[in-house]
Write a protein that binds this ligand. Structure first.
Ligand code: GAL
Length: 392
């Protein structure tokens, strides 16, 4: 009896060591150089949901990939072509996930190959619960099998939603995916989409490369601005390899004004947000293309220092946000959330220096005259002036 107890104790100790080691390794995995490299800067690409919802097909995805190249979006940095909900219809007898044969007759592997032939990357959507939000099969209890399927198809990015997940713990479920993807043999970006439930910024940096912080965006100034301006305070949780995700872009979907879309893009760049275009890139007009591909605004989003911006001043409807950049300068947004044009001043003290500042307008690509201690711009209703400010 004594011997048996001794053996059990030893076995228990061994087990404890194994479990602890395993947990430590899993945590370490999330921060392994390869994981960080997967999203060293916020992912950029396109996603079908905001414009097309369930109306997805291989033809749409192929044409979109073509347009991302021909429009100059690829050259501007957009690389993921992501199919959202509704591509999947059922599971085979062996449990493997089945793509809709009517909408994707050539299958997902062929579609991934096509996207890769354009030197772009391919993403898919699933759900950590029993069904997706549109009631397609979820990945619950199929995490390993689905990760292997995605790897075999050549998937580079998986967005994992949180519908029909009653009674489940997101931290536990997303860790299962993290481990399943880590063992799939293919580097795959993990995009956590649980709408901020259980404060994902507290645990998601260990479990994925990006995590949604709120419910869904829509193509209105009210919703976009409520989401964007509510991100203040989350900046400490983001960095290379792991990003807050205030949801995908609505730029070009038609229900916001030009100044409002400029605000959307400026704010997302200051927030180091993933830039997933959500419009029809096959038919976008030159105004939309100019917003989505502005190189100096994108450079802010993709700044290698990877520090998310935050609010440095506000008064009534006026806000100034700043983001420190790798070259020692600051990206600065002057935001007017009010209903009429108003002047907004950035005092360089808000950025931590005094004296002469050099300024550049990032939307117009123009250097401004050097200023002493502050700069004031007139900002239109719902609009933004986006600057780069450096100490002289
Ligand atoms: C929501 C998600 C959206 C979209 C949609 C698809 O939960 O936040 O971004 O993926 O599901 O059904």
């Amino acid at each position: 009896m004594k011997n048996l107890l001794g053996a059990l104790t030893v076995a228990g100790a061994v087990l404890t060591v194994f479990v602890t080691d395993h947990a430590a390794k899993a945590q370490a995995d999330a921060h392994a150089p390869s994981q960080v490299q997967l999203a060293a800067t916020p992912p950029m690409g396109w996603n079908s949901w905001n414009k097309f919802a369930c109306n997805v097909s291989e033809q749409l995805i192929r044409e979109t990939a073509d347009a991302i190249v021909s429009s100059g979006m690829k050259a501007a940095g957009y690389q993921y072509v992501n199919v959202d909900d509704c591509w999947q219809v059922s599971r085979n007898a062996d449990g493997s996930i089945v793509a809709d044969p009517k909408r994707f007759p050539s299958g997902m592997k062929a579609l991934a190959d096509y996207v890769h032939s354009k030197s772009l990357k391919f993403g898919l959507y699933t759900d950590a619960g029993r069904m997706t939000c549109q009631k397609r099969p979820g990945s619950f209890e199929h995490e390993v099998q689905d990760a292997q399927t995605y790897a075999a198809w050549g998937v580079d990015y998986v967005k994992i939603d949180w519908c029909y997940a009653e009674g489940l713990d997101p931290e536990v479920q997303y860790a299962k995916f993290r481990d399943a993807l880590a063992h799939s043999g293919r580097p795959i970006v993990l995009s956590i989409c649980n709408w901020g439930v259980k404060a994902p910024w507290q645990w998601a940096p260990r479990n994925g490369n990006l995590w949604r912080t709120t419910g869904d965006i829509n193509d209105t100034y009210d919703r976009m601005s409520v989401i964007g301006f509510s991100q203040n305070g989350l900046e400490k949780f983001a960095g290379p390899g792991h990003w807050n995700d205030p949801d995908m872009l609505e730029v070009g979907n038609g229900r916001m004004k030009h100044d409002e879309y400029l605000t959307h893009m400026s704010l997302w760049a200051l927030l180091a947000a993933p830039l997933l275009a959500g419009n029809d890139v096959r038919t976008m007009d030159s105004e939309t293309k100019a917003i989505l591909t502005n190189s100096e605004v994108i450079a802010v989003d993709q700044d290698p220092k990877g520090v998310q911006g935050h609010r440095v001043w506000d008064e009534g409807p006026l806000e100034v946000w700043a983001r420190p950049l790798a070259d020692g300068s600051y990206a600065v947004g002057l935001f007017n959330r009010g209903e009429s044009q108003l002047p907004i001043t950035v005092r360089f003290q808000m950025l931590g220096f005094s004296g002469t500042g050099r300024l550049r307008d990032l939307w117009t690509h123009q250097d401004l005259a050097p200023q002493e201690n502050s700069y004031t711009a007139t900002v239109p209703k719902h609009g933004t002036v986006m600057l780069k400010v450096s100490q002289h």
